[in-house]
Ligand binder design. Structure first.
Ligand code: 6OG
Length: 159
C-alpha cells in the first residue's frame, strides 16, 4: 500500500479590478514562461492568508485592501509524489502600484482576453468560475508536470 503524503500548501492571488485581471509573467522557477496570479509556498509560522499577502507583495509590489478566499485547487503530478494544495484568493482593491520584480512581470488583461495559451492548463477550467465570483474546489491530474490528464471541478456555496 502506498504511503499517503500530506499536500504542500501554496497560495495564488488573482487581482481582478473592474473588467481586467492583473497577471504576472513568471520569470524563473516553477511555471517560468507562464502568466499566473501571484503566490507561493506557505512558510512555517504563518497562516495561509498571511502567506498570500506576503507573496503578493513580494512578487508584484502591491498590498491588498480586501482579499477573500475563492477556491482550493489540488494538483497531482505523476512525477512528484506530493500533491499541491493551492488556495486561491481574489483581490479587488489594493494600495501601491504593480511593478516588475525578480520573479514576475505584471500586466493587465481584459477579462475577454486572458492569455490561456500561455498559462497552466488548469486555468481555462476554473478561471470562468472565478470571474463569475463563484467559490470552487478542484482536483487536477498532470503528466510530466505540464500536461493536464483529468480533473474534477465543483462550484460550492461555501468552502
Ligand atoms: P512558487 O514556485 O512561485 O509557487 N501554481 C499553479 N498555478 C496554476 N494556475 N496552475 C498550476 O498547475 C499551478 N501549480 C502551481 C502556485 C508556485 C506558484 O504557482 C502556482 C504558486 O502561486 C499545476 O513559490
Amino acid at each position: 500500500k502506498q504511503k499517503q503524503i500530506s499536500p504542500k500548501l501554496l497560495t495564488l492571488v488573482i487581482v481582478k479590478k473592474g473588467e481586467k485581471v492583473l497577471l504576472g509573467m513568471k520569470k524563473r522557477g516553477f511555471g517560468a514562461g507562464y502568466f499566473n496570479g501571484f503566490g507561493g509556498k506557505v512558510e512555517a509560522g504563518e497562516t495561509i492568508y498571511e502567506a498570500a499577502v506576503r507573496e503578493l507583495q513580494e512578487e508584484s509590489g502591491i498590498v491588498p485592501v480586501s482579499m477573500e478566499k475563492r477556491g482550493i485547487l489540488t494538483f497531482h503530478f505523476d512525477d512528484n509524489p506530493q500533491p499541491w494544495e493551492v488556495h486561491v484568493y481574489h483581490v479587488g482593491d489594493y494600495t501601491g502600484e504593480p511593478c516588475e520584480t525578480e520573479e514576475m512581470a505584471p500586466r493587465w488583461f481584459p477579462l475577454a482576453d486572458i492569455p490561456y495559451d500561455k498559462m497552466w492548463q488548469d486555468d481555462p477550467i476554473w478561471y470562468p468560475e472565478f470571474i463569475r465570483g463563484r467559490l470552487f474546489k478542484g482536483e487536477f491530474y498532470f503528466h510530466n508536470t505540464h500536461t493536464l490528464v483529468s480533473h474534477t471541478l465543483h462550484v460550492l456555496q461555501k468552502l
